[in-house]
Design a protein around this ligand. Structure first.
Ligand SMILES: Nc1ncnc2c1ncn2[C@@H]1O[C@H](COP(=O)(O)OP(=O)(O)O)[C@@H](O)[C@H]1O
Ligand SMILES: [Mg+2]
Length: 275
């Protein structure tokens, strides 16, 4: 066990990225995302979740999807790249477990639609497509997505879609050839940096996950983490862990604002905040 973990009696590495679903802190913002996603899934619409890097978008998706019953729902989850539509089609086919050697766009779309129709009509599953990092998608991909997720024979003619990404995702959807898809958006949430109270709760929560019930950060340290991170959880993780390390190094049982400031100097600054 590393020095600082022993010093503070931390059973696990604290503030990690790979927390279990049951350890996700259910914030008001997360509840808001859940409600909107359920709504879009129910009516066959599109939900958009935006937020800065590290604001908790992927975690929110994981929380909501993990709460859906697997015997009822079939979620096709892909993380977008800046690649072509073919790349996205390949990812979707991969998720569906369909091997296809052809790289014909028409064939791939057809296979995907067929597979989804079989799931929805044949197996009576509720299917949905979730695309994380959708702000990276090229504009022409949005136009194609509309066609791919349209099912004329069905009573609910569209496959529900969840798009998550940074704020430019919404700007991109305003482009002319994205409008058919944009017109299906029924719910939109923006994950802001958390407020100070939620940040305090967040820090306590992650300490508890790591096995420590005592609040190791003093009030000024919480403020420093909140301000330094702009309320964004990933940045807060880096600051909190760095500050814990610093405090242990100076054998201080309380983590202070000074430890947070020192930790911040080890991180790369972007727009005055830490990365
Ligand atoms: N609700 C939450 N509960 C606990 N930890 C969270 C929560 N949301 C975010 N985090 C922490 O912040 C990190 C970054 O969140 P993430 O969902 O990856 O952000 P984004 O996808 O917006 O870049 C996660 O790895 C996790 O450690
Ligand atoms: Mg993410």
């Amino acid at each position: 066990m590393s020095g600082y973990r022993q010093f503070f009696g931390l059973q696990n590495e604290p503030f990690t990225t790979d927390i279990k679903r049951k350890d996700i802190l259910v914030t008001a913002a997360l509840k808001g995302v859940e409600e909107r996603l359920h709504y879009a899934l129910r009516i066959g619409g599109i939900a958009v979740v935006t937020g800065e890097i590290g604001s908790g978008k992927s975690t929110a998706l994981r929380y909501v999807i993990g709460g859906l019953h697997p015997s009822e729902h079939r979620i096709i989850y892909v993380t977008a790249s800046s690649g072509s539509i073919l790349e996205l089609y390949r990812q979707i086919l991969g998720e569906l477990g369909v091997g296809i050697s052809s790289s014909s766009r028409a064939l791939m779309t057809q296979r995907i639609k067929q597979e989804i129709a079989e799931m929805v009509q044949g197996k009576k599953m509720k299917a949905a497509l979730v695309i994380d990092e959708a702000s990276l998608l090229r504009l022409e991909v949005f136009a194609e997505l509309h066609t791919m997720t349209q099912f004329e024979q069905d009573s609910k003619p569209f496959l529900p879609i969840v798009l998550a990404g940074q704020s430019n995702l919404v700007d991109n959807l305003r482009y002319r050839n994205c409008l058919p898809l944009a017109s299906r958006v029924v719910a939109k949430t923006h994950l802001q940096g958390s407020d100070q109270k939620t940040m305090e709760e967040y820090l306590r929560h992650h300490l508890a996950i790591a096995g420590v019930k005592r609040m190791l950060f003093d009030e000024a340290a919480v403020t420093a983490i909140h301000q330094g991170s702009g309320g964004l959880f990933r940045k807060a993780n880096h600051l909190a862990r760095g500050a814990l390390l610093g405090a242990a190094r100076s054998e201080s049982q309380a983590v202070t604002a000074e430890h947070v400031r020192l930790a911040a100097t080890e991180l790369i600054l972007t727009d005055g905040r830490v990365l």
